[in-house]
Design a protein around this ligand. Structure first.
Ligand SMILES: O=C(O)CCC(=O)C(=O)O
Ligand SMILES: [Fe+2]
Length: 351
């Protein structure tokens, strides 16, 4: 095997297995000197917190104003008042942790063997020879539409995994729909504009992210800088361990943990549909020397055959159309290629 082939082989290993050796990260994980994570200060203004319960009350205007400002200045917020119990969220987190703690041979059963498919248990998929890999493994599953689930890839161990993920999917969809209804109102669109676009055919993916400890957190990313390709993403963060950072006004800012809240951010689809009013934030994840970290991101996106374009009502003489009409699946194809290179796709759809 040549040196190059050996390195490629390493790229295919799960990061958990690499981390267990305790050695320094292989070269394919090491960021260029100018891109490496430096520890940013905590935010100078607090990360916005929106109470979803108050938002939906008849007199929720104050909370809606907070939401609007959160979206315009940060592109994300921490959601409280979501009515999911602490014990249920703990159960979801424990189930995810139990899965990642299983022996490698058991987890490998959930590896998707078809080239080019992203579902299943994997490390950062290799799309390019010169790609710098992320220090994380993930279990990536389509959860909606229900009849398109690939249950072969849904772990049966821990035994409650499928049931918990199903329950979480159903509960969280209600949270997503509520937020999207308020967002449509903020834009003076029909309240159901976004929820109808998603509808029963929406492609909803759950991604369990596992960031093992890393002997050199100064050299690698758990997840390289990116914006999401979704309309909306709802992340259940690790209960204790920080790691997420967002680019705000050109500076990286740490998002503190808030264990009972969700982190809600918007993706490129929302930026396009809102004709650029709501920006999709660039964010990244850093690793830790001694602490592993687990998060669960749920991505809500249009079905692949749908067309993605700015809402008609948001385009007029004063507000020219900023993005062209693109088919969702074409957008995602370019998106995943760019993602692996740490590049954004939104410009590709700009007029
Ligand atoms: O781990 C996190 O906190 C964020 C994960 C994320 O950005 C993603 O999965 O796209
Ligand atoms: Fe993300």
């Amino acid at each position: 095997m040549t040196e190059e082939e050996k390195e490629r082989e390493v790229g295919r290993k799960l990061v958990q297995a690499l981390a267990e050796t305790g050695q320094e990260p292989p070269i394919r994980y090491i960021q260029r000197a100018e891109d490496r994570p430096i520890d940013p200060p905590p935010p100078s203004s607090p990360v916005p917190v929106v109470d979803l319960h108050r938002l939906l009350q008849a007199d929720g205007q104050d909370e809606a104003a907070k939401l609007r400002s959160a979206l315009q200045s940060w592109g994300l917020f921490q959601a409280i008042g979501h009515e999911m119990s602490v014990s249920f969220l703990d159960e979801v987190r424990n189930t995810a942790r139990e899965f990642f703690q299983l022996p490698m041979e058991v987890k490998q059963k959930y590896k998707y063997l078809t080239e080019g498919k992203l579902e299943g248990y994997e490390s950062d998929p290799v799309a390019n020879e010169d790609q710098i890999l992320d220090w994380s493994d993930r279990l990536y599953l389509l959860v909606q539409p229900e009849n398109e689930r690939n249950l072969d890839l849904w772990p049966e161990n821990p035994h409650s995994f499928r049931e918990i993920l199903h329950e979480y999917t159903m509960k969280l969809r209600k949270v997503a729909d509520k937020i999207l209804m308020v967002m449509a109102k903020l834009l003076d669109l029909n309240e159901e504009y976004f929820t109808q676009q998603l509808g029963g055919t929406a492609a909803v993916y759950a991604r369990f992210n596992y960031y093992p400890c890393c002997s050199r957190p100064d050299l690698v990313f758990g997840l390289k800088p990116h914006s999401d390709g979704s309309m909306i993403t709802i992340v259940l963060p690790d209960k204790d361990v920080e790691g997420l950072q967002v680019l705000k006004d050109g500076e990286w800012v740490r998002i503190p943990t808030n264990p009972h809240s969700f982190l809600v951010n918007f993706g490129d689809e929302m930026e396009i549909m809102s004709n650029g009013i709501f920006k999709s934030p660039v964010h990244r994840v850093v690793t830790n020397l001694e602490k592993e970290r687990i998060s669960l991101a749920m991505f809500y996106a249009l079905e692949p055959e749908k067309e993605l374009e700015p809402a008609d009502r948001l385009v007029d003489e004063m507000h020219p159309r900023l993005y062209r009409k693109v088919k969702m699946k074409d957008y995602l194809e370019v998106f995943f290629r760019n993602f692996s290179q740490g590049k954004r796709t939104i410009d590709w759809a700009k007029i």
